[in-house]
Design a binder for this molecule. Structure first.
Ligand code: 6GU
Length: 224
């Protein structure tokens, strides 16, 4: 999959070039390009924002640089995403859908937002990562790219995907690694027993307890 990220702040994306996503790119499973929207500004000072018509707080990103940046990467297989607090709520189902696309273009808004005509012209998928407002679309873009990348074949192991939180509408059980005793805090006996049926039963029980306590809404979702 190819992902083109259009942003005024390409330097903020180093996270996508570390750890698991770095390896995915080295293995050719994923190609992530950062495109600096400022490079497309036709203004002599490379200006990319302006005051909103009708007044109001702050600045808006102008249509022209974003339009030309999109046109420079868009082809027939492109799917455009615009992270925005006004979008539909991002979740694992959206991540799975996005992971099947051949080419994704992310538009990172900043300041008070972007000129509505970009949305009218390109009809991007608008998604929010939660009920709070961030200063720009850069962090949400990283969240969405990280999450969808895990569903691309070969990026992480199949087992990791199956066991994790939300794949079964349950939160994940607690995990431990060596040593078995850390400052007097002991790993639950059952995990040292080698009895796989018992271990599985214990984990399922823990999973359900934690979900009941923290996210009862997830259990409601299974019933309905
Ligand atoms: Cl996608 N963008 C911004 N700026 N704030 C957000 C968000 C997105 N999702 C939640 N808050």
């Amino acid at each position: 999959m190819r992902i083109d990220i259009l942003t005024l702040f390409p330097e903020s994306f180093s996270y996508l070039n570390s750890s698991i996503l770095k390896r995915a790119q080295e293995n050719g499973l994923l190609e992530i390009n950062l495109i600096d929207i400022r490079d497309f500004s036709l203004d002599k000072h490379k200006k990319c924002d302006d005051y909103p018509f009708g007044g109001g707080a702050g600045m808006l990103m102008s249509a022209q640089p974003i339009y030309d940046a999109i046109k420079s990467v868009q082809d027939d297989n492109s799917f455009i995403v615009f992270p925005s607090p006004s979008g539909e709520k991002f979740n694992v189902d959206i991540a799975k859908e996005l992971s099947k696309k051949e080419h994704l273009i992310f538009i990172c808004g900043h300041y008070e937002g972007i000129d509505q005509r970009i949305i009218d012209i390109f009809s991007p998928l608008e998604v929010s990562i939660g009920d709070y407002v961030l200063t720009g679309g850069e962090l949400p873009t990283m969240v969405i790219v990280d999450c969808l990348s895990r569903f691309i074949d070969g990026v992480i192991s199949r087992e990791s995907l199956l066991e994790e939180s939300f794949s079964s509408n349950n939160l994940e059980y607690p995990q431990y690694t060596r040593p078995a005793d850390f400052k007097g805090y002991k790993v639950p006996e059952v995990l040292l027993s080698g009895n796989h049926a018992e271990i599985e039963r214990y984990r399922k029980e823990q999973s359900e307890l934690i979900t009941k306590k923290r996210r009862p809404d997830l259990l409601e979702k299974i019933k309905n």
